[in-house]
Structures are given as structure tokens and as C-alpha cells.
Design a protein around this ligand. Structure first.
Ligand SMILES: [Zn+2]
Length: 481
């Protein structure tokens, strides 16, 4: 079966045919780097990570571009997110951008999300954006008012085609003052005049200002991927206005179709409620990683289809953890058995199950990247592997290697839920536990010698590195935070 993708543009599943055989040019809207990334970001970027991994596994040469928004993404109040954060923290805007860009990559690395090939920043592509805005003015799609430039949505014949919105039914969500400059309430800013106190500002043919949010993606996608490219991804929350504006700007400036396949990821709620800082249910990736292994977070995010919404809860995470442990334990058993297995093909009848699992996995992924079905294939395979290991004494290394390869290639290489080095991951955790036990023992001796200063010092130093000791009648126990 050929790979099929549900194309949000046109809302149907289509056979995937790239522009150039064997090559995929892909653009995904990246985060606005003004705060730590949250678990909603984890859902989106794990989804695209698996899509890229699978395309590469299928033999495509993928060029993956994901931008970083560091200017022009305004709040409803009209304030720039980066500037507001800079004011709150009394830092320069670019310090904020640098801090949260590092934080973002730190989180993505920890989650095993492979880095994009190019991570262009909006502030590093101002000339490209100015050039595209000038083209839109020259072609009559945009107009300048008081140093700001707006896109005239009535000039884009199919504005609204991605989100299926009609212009007449739109409500404008902009401030009255800005609306006064626009010909139509739905027109959106390509360039904004900078007020005197606005720090992020650049020279332009229309005076000093800064780009609107949407134009960066159009300009950077064209620069790195060409006028027309294969896949455009992002979160469903940005379908309107952001993605819709990207299409309008690009197609009007380029006289060519923009992205051919639109892949949008469903949103994430926490305990059934939309995540927000004011509700106190805002969970950063760093918070989640303190509680759960990255492989468990990935398993959870992949347990629903990328396009569906997902609800994050402790119960759901525990269920994901149990599912992941079943796979991982079977993989470890196979690896351990391989250490002492005789060379040869003993037990080769099981290869049929191996092949069946590989085929079923590929079918699931070829069907619009159905990761829940792919995970179910690995779970079913694991049941078969466990009973095979229990019932068959004589298994040759050939068969065990083929079983191990299913976990490594499909579970590890594509889904990213099997750590590369099982033994190393294990031994470091065991080593840490042994060291903590040793310190607990030294503390016990210190107390026996009435050296309470020393005993407290051990407890406090461990607490500093996140290991909490609790003295109970049956002895001292420890936990990490
Ligand atoms: Zn974008």
C-alpha cells in the first residue's frame, strides 16, 4: 500500500505523491520562543518527529524546516509576546529569545525529537519578509497606511479555503484603533509601524517597524523550500488566521500553489480542560519529564492519532507507562537472551510472526501515520514474543536478532520509544540507586555515632539534587522529585 495522508486542504485522504520523486520538502510552524514549551508543544512536535522519521524510513530524502518565531507574534492586546516577557523579566528581547530557544531544544532533545534540518528565526529573515511584502504591494494585494502594510483579503480569491471560512461571516478580532487603518476588518498586518517605545524594529520602505506574524512563514518557506513544496504542518489551533494568511500571502506573491499537503495536529487538554496559566493546569515539558520517562510521554502522545485531540491526565499517563514497560521489558529480555544464545536458526518458525508484525506496522503507518494502530501491533507482537521466550528453550541468535530488530527499528527508530542502549539506560539508574543507598548507610552510621551535623548534611545535600529522604519506623526510604 502506498502512503496516504489526510490532506486538510480539501479534507480527504490522498495518496502521497511528492513533487520530486524520492524527496520531501516539509515546513512546520514552530514555537514562539517567549516561555518554556508545554506538553501541547510536545504533542505537536513528537507527531511531526514521527512523521519525518517514518518518511525517512520509507526511503524519502526529507528536508525539514521548522521556524522559531521571535518577533511579531502579538497578543490580543496588541503587545508583542517577546517584548512583554522581556519587560516582566527586565531583560533584552533577544535574551528572552535566546533563553527560550535553548530551553525549547533542551526539551525536544530530552524527548528524543530529532532536530529539524533548518530552524530559521523570523528576526534573521527581515529582508526576505520586506521583499515579499513589496511584491504584494506591487501586485495590488497589499496597501500601506501610516507606515503599516495590510493584506487585502478581498483580493485573494480563495481566502478561507483551508479552514472553510467565508469572508462575509468573519468577525474581526482586532483593536478598534487598528481597524481604523484597514479597508476590511479581516485584512491582516504584513508590516507594523513601530511606536517609539517598541524595541524590536527595523528599517523598511515604509519606515521603521516590524513584520506581522504570518509573513515570516511564507518568506522562510519560500527561501528554503521553494514556492511550492510538499507538506506544511502545524497545530490545528493555528489554522485560522495564521495558516490561512500564509496561503494567501504566498500564493498571491508567488503565482504558484503553496503547500500541497496540509497536516495539522489536534490540540491537548489537561483533565478535560484547555491548558492555561490562569487555571493553574499549565504543564511544561520540564514538569512532565520530572515525572515520566521521555519514552512514556512519547507513547502517550502517539497513543491517539495525530489529528485527534488528546486529554492529558495522571491516569492516562500511568496507562501509557504500563504499556511502554511491557514493550521495553520484552525488548530487554530478548537482548539479555541474545547475550548467551547459540548461533544458528533454532526457533525460526517465529520469523513468520516477525514478518507479520513488520507488515502490519507498515500498513498502519502508511494509512495516514496511524500510530495507535502501530503501537497495538507492537503490543500484540510483544505478547507473542513473551510466550515464545517462555515456551521455547532453544532459540538461536538469528531469530533473537530479528525480534530485537523489530523493537530497535520500529519501536526505536520510528516511534522513538525504545532507548538506543537498553543496558546503559538501565545501569545508570541502578548505579544512581546504589549510590543513594550507600549515602543512606553512611548517614545511619553518622547518627549511630551521634554525629547529627553530618547526618543532616547528607540529607540536605541529597535534597539539593532532588533526592528526598524520609525516616520511617522501618528505616529510611528515598524518592526523587
Ligand atoms: Zn507558520
Amino acid at each position: 500500500m502506498a502512503l496516504q495522508i489526510f490532506n486538510v486542504l480539501g479534507r480527504e485522504k490522498q495518496v502521497f505523491t511528492p513533487l520530486e520523486p524520492g524527496r520531501v520538502n516539509m515546513y512546520v510552524c514552530g514555537p514562539t520562543v517567549y516561555d518554556h514549551a508545554h506538553i501541547g508543544h510536545a504533542k505537536t512536535y513528537i507527531a511531526f518527529d514521527v512523521i519525518v522519521r517514518y518518511l525517512r524510513h520509507s526511503g524519502y530524502n526529507v528536508l525539514y524546516v521548522q521556524n522559531l518565531t521571535d518577533v511579531g507574534h502579538l497578543l490580543d492586546t496588541g503587545e508583542d509576546r517577546v517584548l512583554r516577557r522581556a519587560e516582566q523579566l527586565q531583560a533584552l528581547p533577544m535574551q528572552i529569545v535566546e533563553t527560550y530557544t535553548r530551553s525549547y531544544f533542551e526539551d525536544m532533545d530530552a524527548l528524543g525529537v530529532l532536530r529539524p534540518d533548518i530552524s530559521p528565526r523570523a528576526s534573521g529573515h527581515i529582508p526576505e519578509q520586506i521583499k515579499m511584502i513589496q511584491e504584494l504591494i506591487d501586485k495590488g494585494y497589499a496597501y500601506e497606511v501610516n507606515g503599516s502594510v495590510y493584506f487585502d483579503v478581498t483580493k485573494a480569491p480563495d481566502y478561507g479555503k483551508l479552514s472553510n471560512r467565508r469572508i462575509e461571516t468573519q468577525e474581526a478580532g482586532t483593536r478598534e484603533a487598528v481597524r481604523g487603518e484597514k479597508r476590511n476588518p479581516l485584512d491582516f498586518a504584513l508590516w507594523k509601524r513601530a511606536e517609539p517605545e517598541h524595541i524590536l524594529r527595523w528599517d523598511s520602505p515604509w519606515g521603521e517597524g516590524f513584520p506581522g506574524w504570518h509573513i515570516e512563514c511564507s518568506a522562510m518557506a519560500r527561501k528554503y523550500l521553494g514556492k511550492t513544496f510538499d507538506i506544511h504542518g502545524g497545530g490545528i489551533d493555528n489554522i485560522f488566521p495564521h495558516n490561512e494568511c500564509e496561503i494567501a500571502q504566498s500564493e498571491c506573491a508567488n503565482d504558484a500553489p503553496f503547500a500541497r499537503y496540509w497536516v495539522l495536529v489536534g490540540s491537548l487538554t489537561v483533565d478535560g480542560v484547555k491548558m492555561s496559566k490562569s487555571l493553574g493546569n499549565f504543564i511544561t515539558i520540564k514538569d512532565a519529564l520530572k515525572k515520566y520517562r521521555p519514552e512514556v510521554i512519547r507513547t502517550f502522545m502517539l497513543s491517539v492519532h495525530y489529528s485527534s485531540p488528546v486529554d492529558y491526565s495522571e491516569d492516562a499517563m500511568q496507562a501509557a507507562a504500563r504499556g511502554w514497560e511491557r514493550l521495553y521489558n520484552a525488548y530487554r529480555l530478548v537482548s539479555q537472551r541474545l547475550d548467551s544464545a547459540p548461533e544458528g536458526t533454532a526457533g525460526e518458525a517465529f520469523v513468520e510472526q516477525v514478518n507479520r508484525a513488520r507488515t502490519a506496522f507498515t500498513e498502519a503507518m502508511d494509512d495516514d501515520f496511524r500510530t495507535p494502530a502501530a503501537l497495538a501491533v507492537l503490543q500484540e507482537f510483544t505478547r507473542e514474543v513473551n510466550s515464545f521466550l517462555n515456551s521455547t528453550v532453544d532459540i538461536g541468535a538469528d531469530v533473537l536478532r530479528q525480534i530485537e530488530a523489530v523493537y530497535r527499528e520500529l519501536g526505536g527508530g520510528i516511534l522513538g520509544i525504545i532507548p538506543k542502549d537498553a543496558v546503559a539506560a538501565d545501569s545508570s539508574a541502578e548505579r544512581e540507586a546504589a549510590l543513594i543507598e550507600l549515602l543512606i548507610d553512611l548517614r545511619r552510621q553518622a547518627r549511630a555515632n551521634k554525629n547529627y551535623a553530618e547526618s543532616d548534611r547528607i540529607r540536605d545535600e541529597l535534597a539539593k539534587v532532588g533526592v528526598i529522604l524520609e525516616d520511617r519506623p522501618e528505616g529510611t526510604v528515598w524518592r526523587t522529585i
